[in-house]
Ligand binder design. Structure first.
Ligand SMILES: *Cc1c(COP(=O)(O)O)cnc(C)c1O
Length: 830
């Protein structure tokens, strides 16, 4: 896949800035080492070389970027704007080399300069601008948007400190500040001239203008300046190079201070500190209350800057504001940018002076909303008082939207005041709150969930009344992941095998992997397939040894669960099984024992005590099991610290078994499940999120299914769940819980895991105990399948072969066709 059709070995071919040949690239690297990194080769460190190479790759992207931007500005076309508070884009150098098609040339160049490309790739800092799945989805979508040549921009926040780095000390998670920008970021282009101001606080004034129009003026207490920081997003082997535009908050210079703060200099300096703080840090999700105000400010800040940017582009193109919806399709990635509904109205009505009805029509035609969760605790609401103090004018607009919406409802459902109260934007039970999911739904022309099951549940539960009112608005777009990063780049061994077996068209049309089905029973192909997996497991084993000092055997079954640590994802269910297996192995009662290596990875929100306790349980089990000589060659447990995109790239390809064991109805989609599948892992999972569709595609016989369905989970809850009943009827489970409570995995301390065990015994909100027995039985079927290598390999091949649906290219094509009405635009390079 890495052969480059445009490579050119003639010396002097191509300029040092743009040429893709070995010679041109070499001159580029040496120039940039001196001119940008300011280091002579004699004393350059590997990091200096990484920077010089990255600048040289960026140079080659910029011609394509300029052509792309130029095209979007001069042509009358609609641009998809993906608004997301998170973009987990991962390291950029490897991906850009692959997309440009110059990986081999870059390797040769660096070798001629005495540097190893893989060593340099490993030096890149992870831009951790997201928590997990939602942010990584946004990044996969940017890759597909560029590859499919869709005019588009990603808009978000340029956090100075991204998601914390996780260290494990004494078995516990310790959070360390992520200083990803410390050594400079070669991919970012700051544009001080592209900047806007977001208003905060103060009050509003009503007045009538000379033409007799009712007007509102927002007199803010302070303004925060947002500066555009752009990262080019190149498509795979196309000229389209789109933009990820992240807003950085900056202090307003003293000149501006005079404008906004009449006279009070010290107050002004204080405001300066606040404005500098705004884009400092990414909030970990699943956090209780803390730092709420700043988070709302961050959301409004990036949404306001992004919408003002769209208006500026409209002006630049000389297009009248009444055509806003023809020029922009704005997708809201969850409710984090949902304030866009009020802010677009404010900009159109207060600033551009459009009549309310016309502005509302534009807003609804422009915006579309993707819901990512049904968990009540994760549905965003903002207290009215906090909201009103921070954003007085947007609050008035929300009141007006609600007023008009409720009037419409009363006309449609006369006398049904219960329904009107249920659907109001303001939740009046207890402290008054704004329901952001409702605001997004009312202000959008399309609302989608992220997997078939989730979209169905969304219509039946959280947005039931709205789905009844506007059935045509609701749709499903099942998530996807990019096969460039998660197959081609991260699993080069498999990519080569796929190329030689089915041709290289799969990279941009993943459904072509179906052709692998013809090889599912081919003995020689099985050999090759297993050799690739084995090599990937050796790579992971090497990393595990390096990071944790634990020795794992690449011949063992690699059973992997990597994702954020959360009770609904049920890492503790996995842990209960490991202890069960441990007990059975100690007693030699496990038939046909399969050597297993369990690998966990994932961060817990710093304020989520139960999730942190789950990490302690896993590391506690690892300590006992790995140090028990009787388990040697039979059982290993690893907690791989600081799971992120960078190390995900060698974890997914090494998996035999993919753990997707959330309580049915709780995981909206999952995307890790798709990455595992593409890389030939077999899923053990519940009928939750996209697992349902993964099983449909793979075939029942190639998926290990267990557990209650979403409907059964609901029924159990309705009928009164008694977790202790499962313990009373299951001696093995009883023993496992007793071991944990008794301090077996906490060096004898029987207080440590008490809260976790008590929670399982007396509350068990995610039905861990209810699914335990079926999970254990299912794991026995996994072991049986593993003991038949031909059967296992066949299942593995068929999982990869049938993973085509889960490409983000398919997902983006659906958004383009059904929601945005945007088609590809080819970019020519002169
Ligand atoms: C894919 C991915 C996720 C999402 O994993 P799920 O299993 O879907 O929760 C989270 N973090 C990283 C770094 C990922 O690459």
């Amino acid at each position: 896949m890495t052969t480059n059709p445009t490579s050119d070995v003639t010396p002097s071919a191509g300029s040092a800035r743009t040429g893709l040949s070995v010679d041109a690239l070499r001159r580029g690297v040496l120039d940039n080492l001196i001119c940008l990194q300011a280091r002579p080769p004699s004393i350059a460190t590997p990091y200096d070389w990484y920077m010089a190479l990255s600048y040289s790759v960026r140079d080659r992207m910029l011609a394509r970027w300029a052509a792309t931007v130029q095209n979007y500005v001069v042509r009358d076309l609609r641009v998809a704007c993906y608004l997301s508070a998170e973009f987990l884009i991962g390291p950029q150098l490897g991906n850009n080399l692959v997309n440009l098609g110059i990986e081999d040339n870059a390797r040769a160049v660096m070798q001629s300069l005495g540097q190893d490309l893989d060593t340099l790739l490993a030096l890149e800092e992870e831009p951790g601008l997201g928590n997990g799945g939602l942010g990584r989805l946004a990044a996969c979508y940017l890759d597909s948007l560029a590859t499919l040549q869709i005019p588009s921009v990603g808009y978000g926040i340029r956090y100075e400190f991204g998601i914390f780095d996780q260290e494990i000390r004494d078995g516990c998670q310790v959070e360390v500040t992520d200083k990803w920008l410390q050594k400079g970021n070669p991919w970012e282009i700051v544009r001080p001239s592209v900047c806007y101001y977001a208003a905060f606080g103060g009050h509003t004034e009503k007045w009538t203008d000379e033409q007799g129009r009712f007007r509102v003026r927002w007199m803010p207490a302070r303004m925060v300046k947002g500066v555009a920081c752009d990262t080019p997003m190149l498509g795979f082997r196309v000229n389209t190079c789109n933009t990820l535009r992240l807003w950085k908050s900056e202090a307003i210079e003293s000149f501006d201070l005079q404008d906004f703060n009449a006279g009070d200099y010290y107050q002004a300096v204080q405001e300066k500190v606040i404005s500098e703080t705004l884009s400092k840090v990414l909030y970990p999700n699943d956090e209780p209350e803390a730092g709420k105000r700043l988070r709302l400010a961050q959301q409004y800040f990036f949404v306001s800057c992004s919408l003002q940017d769209m208006l500026r582009i409209l002006d630049l193109k000389g297009v009248h504001v009444s055509r806003f919806a023809d020029m922009f399709a704005v997708q809201l990635n969850d409710t984090h940018p949902s304030i866009a509904v009020a802010e677009l109205m404010r900009l159109l009505v207060d600033v551009r002076l459009l009549p309310w009805d016309e502005a509302w029509d534009i807003t609804c035609r422009t915006l579309a909303y993707t819901n990512h969760t049904l968990l009540p605790e994760a549905l965003e609401t903002w207290g009215l008082r906090l909201f009103g103090r921070l954003l007085p004018r947007p609050l008035e607009i929300i009141y007006e939207i609600n007023h008009r919406f409720l009037d419409d409802l009363r006309r449609k459902y006369p006398g049904d005041e219960a329904r009107v109260a249920r659907m109001s934007l303001i939740d009046e039970s207890g402290e008054k709150k704004i329901r952001m999911a409702y605001l997004s739904t009312i202000g959008s022309h399309a609302v989608n969930g992220v997997a078939a099951l989730h979209s169905t549940l969304l219509r039946q539960t959280v947005l039931h009344d709205f789905a009844e009112l506007w059935p045509e608005r609701f749709d499903n777009v099942t998530n996807g992941v990019t096969p460039r990063r998660f197959l081609l780049l991260s699993n080069p061994g498999l990519a080569r095998l796929l190329d030689t077996t089915v041709g290289d068209g799969w990279v941009t049309d993943l459904t072509q992997l179906r052709r692998l089905e013809a090889y599912a029973d081919h003995a020689a192909f099985h050999e090759q397939w297993r050799a690739v997996k084995h090599a990937n497991k050796q790579v992971l084993a090497e990393q595990i040894r390096h990071v944790t000092n634990i020795d794992v055997d690449p011949d063992a079954l690699f059973d992997i669960q990597v994702k954020r640590i959360h009770e609904y994802k049920r890492q503790h269910l996995n842990a209960l099984y490991i202890i069960t297996l441990y007990q059975r192995l100690r007693r030699n009662v496990e038939h046909g024992a399969v050597p297993r290596c369990f690998v966990f990875g994932g961060k817990a929100a710093p304020g989520y005590a139960m999730a942190k306790l789950m990490i302690r349980l896993i590391t506690g089990i690892a300590e006992v099991v790995n140090n028990d000589p009787a388990m040697h060659g039979r059982l290993k447990v690893v907690f791989f610290p600081d799971f992120n995109v960078k190390n995900a790239q060698f974890i997914y390809p090494a998996a035999d078994l993919s753990e997707q064991i959330s309580t049915a109805g709780k995981e909206a989609s999952g995307t890790g499940n798709m990455k595992f599948m593409m890389n030939g892992a077999i899923t053990i999972g519940t009928l939750d999120g996209a697992n349902v569709e993964i099983r449909e595609e793979a075939g029942d016989e190639n998926f290990f299914l267990f557990g209650l369905t979403a409907a059964q989970v609901e029924r159990v809850r309705r009928e009164g769940y008694r977790p202790a009943a499962h313990v009373e009827s299951n001696a093995e489970l009883r023993e496992v819980l007793d071991l944990i409570a008794g301090g077996q995995f906490s060096r004898g301390d029987h207080h440590v895991f008490r809260p976790l065990v008590d929670n399982l015994l007396h509350a068990d909100p995610f039905l861990v105990l209810a699914d335990y027995a079926d999970y254990v039985a299912c794991q026995e079927r996994v072991s049986a399948a593993w003991l038949d290598p031909a059967r296992w390999t066949r299942m593995s091949i068929l999982n990869t072969a049938r993973s085509g649906k889960f490409s983000s290219d398919r997902a983006i094509a659906e958004y383009c066709e059904r929601i945005w009405k945007i088609s590809p635009v080819k970019i020519a390079l002169e």
